[in-house]
Design a binder for this molecule. Structure first.
Ligand code: NDP
Ligand code: 8X3
Length: 259
């Protein structure tokens, strides 16, 4: 393996969707990767595929991001070189359930809050001190259009993404003095992900929400994250709000067909 440690990207939630597409693109462009997710077999298979195709180093850490001890153990398992993380992409997250507030399931709410908000915070708390010490680093949080507006039945998912928006801004005001860039990406609907399947608890029929319009796909988002990550040092993109052409907002989608 001739690749030496140059740049390392830590990407949470890389077993599918946006995280997997982002990991693949960063590897293609020569970044070493730390990839995470709960599904260890899938994570290992992604690691093997990436290593076979691209001359980069890949570390796979399988753990549940809701568990703060598991986050800590995973991070502490990295040696000194691996801990020099240049880019942290806080991507792991989900929507669970699609109920109006008066019928919401408390388990769904807890899962979203624990993953999208607390998980993101746990990982940031572990990785950011090294960035502060080195006075360099870049953190990109995966927010959503749901972090900017709400829609019927979106309630708690939208609240978690509004929290991500606030956390991104707060992280930036705490970290910019150390030369650390903090930004977020806020996509609308994205296919080639398991997002809808997870939201509808594995119900394949209900998860067919992209059949009558063309949303973004996971590679569109990965390329935009890569663009954010590769601007010159003096440029920090704070947020990119992006949607498919047939989507004008959370509540405005042209569902007249896949044009
Ligand atoms: P996917 O379901 O395809 O990917 C979600 C990823 O998050 C998986 O790798 C999953 O891994 C990981 N994850 C979920 N829960 C946990 C957990 N408890 N511990 C560790 N990892 C976890 O969906 P997307 O790619 O669409 O989602 C990625 C991000 O993009 C999310 O933050 C989502 O909110 C956001 N987003 C998605 C949009 C969309 O329309 N798809 C639009 C805007 C934002 P595993 O299951 O193996 O643990
Ligand atoms: C995912 C997009 O519109 O389902 O964040 O909230 S949406």
């Amino acid at each position: 393996m001739k690749n030496t440690f140059q740049k390392t990207a830590f990407i949470t939630g890389a077993t599918s969707g946006i995280g997997k597409a982002t990991a693949t693109l960063f590897a293609k462009r020569g970044y070493n990767l730390i990839v995470t997710g709960r599904r260890s077999e899938r994570l290992l298979s992604i690691k093997q595929k990436i290593k076979k195709k691209y001359a980069v180093r890949v570390k796979a850490l399988a753990f549940d991001i809701r568990d703060k001890d598991a986050c800590k153990n995973a991070y502490m398992s990295l040696d000194r070189e691996w801990k020099k993380i240049n880019i942290l992409i806080n991507n792991a997250g989900l929507a669970s359930g699609f109920d109006p507030i008066h019928r919401g399931q408390l388990d769904d709410w807890e899962q979203m809050i624990d993953t999208n908000v607390k998980g993101l915070l746990f990982i940031t708390r572990l990785v950011s001190p090294g960035m502060v010490k080195r006075k360099s680093g870049h953190i990109i949080n995966v927010c959503s259009t749901a972090g900017h507006e709400v829609y019927p039945r979106g309630n708690v998912y939208c609240a978690t993404k509004h929290a991500v928006d606030a956390i991104t801004k707060s992280m930036r005001v705490d970290l910019y003095q150390y030369g650390i860039r903090v930004g977020q990406i806020s996509p609308g609907h994205v296919e080639e992900t398991e997002f809808a399947l997870v939201r509808f608890h594995g119900d394949k029929n209900k998860s067919k929400i992209y059949e009558d319009f063309v949303p973004l796909n996971s590679k569109d988002v990965a390329e935009t994250i890569f663009f954010m990550a590769t601007r010159p040092k003096h440029v920090n993109i704070q947020d990119i709000l992006m949607m498919g052409t047939q989507q004008a907002g959370s509540n405005h989608i042209d569902r007249s067909g896949r044009n």
